[in-house]
Design a protein around this ligand. Structure first.
Ligand code: GLC
Length: 611
């Protein structure tokens, strides 16, 4: 079939619904016609290799749901200097079993006002020191040859104040001012502030910024230099979709839609998760399926579970292909600090009860802070009260609590609400940093055991596991950001340090920290991808083993029964359980019986039995 015909066929599948939603939001037939025409151009101009992939993936819609998927997120400069450097390091990434790379923001963004690249000044230009669009395309092609998928961010809620639109708006050009939220007096901003919570209460208080010279207030939900786009304006939606398709056509496999719950604003609301957001995400999904059906949408929805799940849409009207398993991630660290898995078990039961079509991205930590979005109603029942509990967790992870081995820093410590989130690499949170500084070999072994246990537990979950670059070799916090005036105020840079290739190279030297973490993890990844029981469609449930420190997870299909037992305490514990027959310990290869097994402090077992 010719490209034009294929486009017409794909458009016809979605045209009525797309038009309906577009008109409901914008009531503008001319702009809709323009959108369709530009979609056609992007579709026919897609590179031949991508067109081929579109066709193949359309035939195999489950292509991204396999147990072999393993992601890693990294900042290009920290990892390999520039895009060409990343290409040169693909063999290392393959040796980590990684087949999906999330390149953290790399589009043009002003130095010192970039929010880690999340303030985009030009959606079609790459930060010059990282390379060119040609380099990106080249990297995508090299990745595809090695069976690696590439993911990038689409920061759609806002632009940098240096974006061409923002510059024209600042000059008073009404056409461009209407692409943002401008007010000539504080009354409406004040009204918004009554209902809209703050994202960065300490580092960027308020939701508006006063532009002195201009005498206007502009909406800035995040940093003052990130101006919120006004999606009530169809020109904003259309142009942003053209940017989206332009980036997709560089060879992206996954596009992470950043901060998506925030994109629609309505006075008198919290300006999060409004129905119009779902209309827009649904339209994006259809636009993808029409122009570039091999591209997946990953929604960044850092919200409580009942707000997250609607971003999958419905079976007939899907929205995102994948979402972050954020509450599970935060609950994991709560369990580490409390050595109590009751809430984690409950959280896992909720996720396991969701339709198998929902695909989550599981992670222990990412480039952002860890916020304490826990189920406090349930915690109350355990005698843990929100304010004191958050204080305990923060004291624990910053190493201030007796018995804590973690080394982390607070993030957005809010003097008003006394609320705070925290930052740290996985290894530093597990005690590796402390053990090394105190030259305590026993503590180091315990820390590595815990680090691997947490990874094993993450890999036991259904969905796509996502590592943060450096965690595979136990990389520590990097406090050097404190010397950089552009980063000093933002403690998230603590766990976004430069990848230390000299230390990482030790992953081949037997007995080093790097080797112990790397090979331990590699073993788990190999097991995961070689057994169908880790497929997303397996039945998964938790098992009560009568000890609050032990989490037990079962995975089952018609051929195999897998059990993972994870000890969140630092002491040896018994999992009170009895399973008939013998199981194979997947790590040691031993045949074992599951009769009240004892699990060493912070350790785990992975066992399985063929049916
Ligand atoms: C997302 C990013 C975060 C950024 C924010 C604003 O939450 O993960 O790093 O600060 O969006 O763009």
């Amino acid at each position: 079939m010719k490209r034009e015909e294929r486009f017409v066929e794909r458009l016809s599948r979605h045209h009525d619904e797309l038009r309906w939603l577009y008109m409901e939001l914008y009531d503008n037939g001319d702009m809709f016609a323009e959108l369709c025409e530009r979609m056609r151009e992007f579709a026919v101009n897609r590179d031949a290799d991508l067109v081929k992939m579109d066709g193949e993936r359309e035939q195999d819609p489950k292509w991204f749901r396999g147990n072999d998927m393993l992601g890693m997120m990294l900042y290009i400069d920290n990892f390999a200097g520039n895009l060409k450097g990343v290409k040169a390091k693909l063999p290392y990434l393959s040796s980590c079993n990684v087949n999906c790379i999330h390149l953290m923001p790399f589009l043009e963004s002003p130095k010192g006002r970039s929010d880690g690249g999340y303030a985009v000044a030009d959606f079609r230009r790459i930060q010059p020191e990282l390379g060119t669009m040609g380099d990106l395309k080249d990297l995508a092609r090299a990745c595809h040859k090695k069976g690696i998928n590439l993911c990038m961010d689409f920061v759609m809620n806002h632009t940098s104040e240096d974006h061409a639109w923002a510059k024209k708006a600042r000059e008073g050009d009404g056409e461009y001012m209407s692409r943002y939220f401008f007010y000539d007096n504080p009354s409406i901003p004040q009204e918004y502030d009554r209902t809209v919570p703050q994202v960065f209460p300490t580092t960027a208080p308020g939701n508006f910024t006063y532009l002195d010279k201009m005498g206007y207030y502009v909406m800035t939900t995040f940093y003052p230099y990130q101006w919120d786009l006004n999606y009530r304006n169809p020109r904003v939606f259309n142009e942003m979709m053209y940017n989206f398709l332009y980036l997709a056509n560089q060879g992206m496999d996954i596009i992470r839609i950043d901060a998506v719950p925030y994109i629609w604003k309505e006075l008198g609301t919290q300006c999060r998760n409004l129905p119009q957001v779902h209309t827009i995400v649904r339209m994006m999904r259809m636009i993808c399926e029409i122009v570039c059906p091999s591209v997946l949408l990953l929604g960044e929805v850092v919200m409580e579970p009942e707000k997250v799940v609607p971003y999958f849409g419905t079976v007939e009207k899907p929205e995102c292909h994948m979402l972050y398993n954020v509450t599970t991630m935060a609950t994991t660290w709560h369990s580490v600090a409390t050595r109590d898995v009751r809430l984690l078990k409950k959280q896992m039961d909720i996720v396991n009860g969701l339709p198998k079509d929902y695909l989550f991205l599981n992670y222990l930590r990412c480039h952002d802070d860890i916020g304490w979005g826990l189920d406090y109603a349930t915690l109350e029942g355990y005698g843990m009260h929100e304010v004191e509990h958050k204080r305990f967790l923060n004291a624990y992870f910053t190493g201030k609590h007796a018995g804590s081995v973690s080394r982390g820093e607070l993030y957005n410590d809010d003097p008003v609400t006394q609320d705070a989130r925290f930052c740290g690499t996985t290894a530093s949170m597990c005690g590796v940093e402390r053990a090394l500084s105190e030259q305590d070999e026993t503590a180091l072994s315990a820390a590595i055991t815990q680090d691997l246990m947490l990874h094993a537990y993450m890999l036991t979950q259904s969905g796509i596991p996502m590592l943060y670059s450096g965690d595979e070799v136990g990389q520590l916090n990097d406090p050097s950001y404190k010397e950089d005036p552009a980063k000093r105020e933002d403690s998230r840079y603590l766990h976004r340090g430069r990848f230390q290739w000299d230390l990482a190279a030790k992953h081949t030297e037997k007995g080093t920290l790097q080797e112990r973490v790397f090979s331990g993890l590699a073993r788990l990844e190999q097991i995961r991808k070689s057994r169908e029981v880790f497929q997303s469609d397996a039945a998964v449930y938790t098992y009560d083993v009568k000890d609050n420190a032990i989490l037990c997870i079962l995975r089952e299909n018609d051929k195999e029964r897998f059990i993972g037992i994870f000890n969140f305490s630092d002491e040896a514990k018994t999992a009170w359980m009895e399973e008939p027959g013998t199981y194979e310990n997947l790590i040691t290869g031993d045949q074992v019986e599951l009769k009240n097994p004892v699990i060493q402090g912070h350790d785990f077992v992975w066992v399985s039995k063929k049916k």
